[in-house]
Structure formats: C-alpha cells, structure tokens
Design a protein around this ligand. Structure first.
Ligand code: CA
Length: 227
C-alpha cells in the first residue's frame, strides 16, 4: 500500500516509516497539517493515511475534514493520545475511518491498515491507485503486471518494486540512497551499485520505453514523465 504518515514526533515518525516499509508499504511522511495537505494533493495513488491528532500547526482532524470536504475517500486512521468517547466521536465525525489510542503496538496498526484496505477495496480512489502509468509504461499493482509499448514485461519482485517507485515519482531526481531506502527492505545489506545493476536490468526489459529512465550523473536516476 502507498501510505501517508502524518506525525510530528520525529522518533515515532521515523519508526513508523521503517516498520511500514518493512511490511512492503511505500511511505510518505508529513510532520504538520500544511505538509500533510500538500502531500495528499500532490502524491497520486495514496491508499491510506495514518494521522496524528496533535500537530504543531493545528489538529489532524482538520486534515481529515479538509480531505473529506474535497471529496477524498482515502481511508484515514487517526492516532489519538486520549481515549475518551468525545475524541473518538469527533474523529469519526471528521471523516476518519478508524482510530488507535497511543501508545499502541505496531502489529495493531498494521492489522488496522489491512482491515481499512480490505474495506476500501471497492473505493474508486483505491482502485485508481492500483494502476500507474507513465508514457507507454503501465503497472497494475493488483495483477502484478507490467506492460511497455503494449507488450507484457516479466519482472522480478525487486525490479517490479523499483519500477513502481519510479512510476510513483515521475520527473523527480531520485538518488541511489533514496531508491535503496524505499525499494530495498531495511536491514538488507546492499550497496548503491545494486541500484545501478537493477536499473540496468529494468531498462533492458522495458525495451524502448526503458530510455525514459535517465541517468543523472553523480545523483541517480529520473523517470521522464514527458515524451
Ligand atoms: Ca503529535
């Protein structure tokens, strides 16, 4: 799943990102109301939001209200420090789908996210997030299928994850370190050279469309989003 975590406590934010990435989620991290709304608008294909209530520039509930007001149906899980009926009701009224009271066990957060994803299975927002397309490259997450120039492309799981990350960040300069952080699970010993090797395989398999993955000398790679 592609998850936006909104948490201003830097330690908890980093921990959530790491644990969710170990569960094969793609994670965006925001630390306040403003950046949460920006990311929710800019990042295509978000499938869930984990939302802290107490943020430095306002309440997480305002993020939920604003998103719902714009018609967003992304499942929202609220993290609240207080377990009172009023807070829970306010959170659900604001448009949240579920809530967790801090402190919580990570396993419980992971389980709640899975349940939200199952319930949201029929949502338009989630369905559209399952298909990523740039130029003539298309990736269907549900079917685990990739086509380039109309032809099926067989990718290894790692190549698939790498392409998925490129397609989620078209036009962005992606450093080798960032690709390592997001595509390889933490704790696995790999060097930046592994990124180069996998990009090479991926380009080869994508045929002419593989040229869209440009090498940025001294930086990393970019998937060109215009012809
Ligand atoms: Ca907080």
């Amino acid at each position: 799943m592609h998850v936006l975590v909104v948490e201003d406590d830097p330690r908890l934010g980093r921990l959530l990102r790491r644990l969710l990435e170990e569960e094969r989620h793609v994670v965006e991290l925001a630390t306040d109301v403003r950046s949460a709304l920006e990311l929710a608008e800019e990042v295509g294909g978000l499938e869930a939001i984990v939302l802290d209530v107490g943020l430095p520039d306002g309440s997480g509930l305002d993020v939920a209200r604003r998103l719902r007001a714009t018609g967003s149906t992304i499942p929202i899980l609220i993290l609240t420090a207080r377990d009172t009926v009023v807070d829970r009701v306010t959170g659900l009224d604001a448009g949240a789908d579920d809530y967790l009271v801090k402190p919580f066990a990570f396993e419980e957060l992971a389980a709640r996210l899975r349940a939200l994803a199952r319930r949201a299975g029929g949502h338009e927002a989630v369905r559209s997030g399952l298909r990523l397309e740039v130029g003539s490259i298309a990736l269907d997450e549900a079917r685990r299928e990739v086509t380039a120039d109309g032809k099926r492309v067989e990718l290894s799981p790692r190549e698939f994850s790498l392409l998925e990350y490129f397609l989620r960040h078209p036009g962005e300069a992606l450093t080798r370190d960032r690709l390592l952080d997001h595509v390889w699970p933490s704790g696995v010993a790999v060097t930046p050279n592994a990124v180069d090797a996998y990009v090479h395989y991926l380009r080869d398999k994508l045929g002419p469309s593989g040229d869209r993955i440009r090498t940025l000398r001294g930086i990393g790679y970019r998937l060109e989003d215009s012809a």
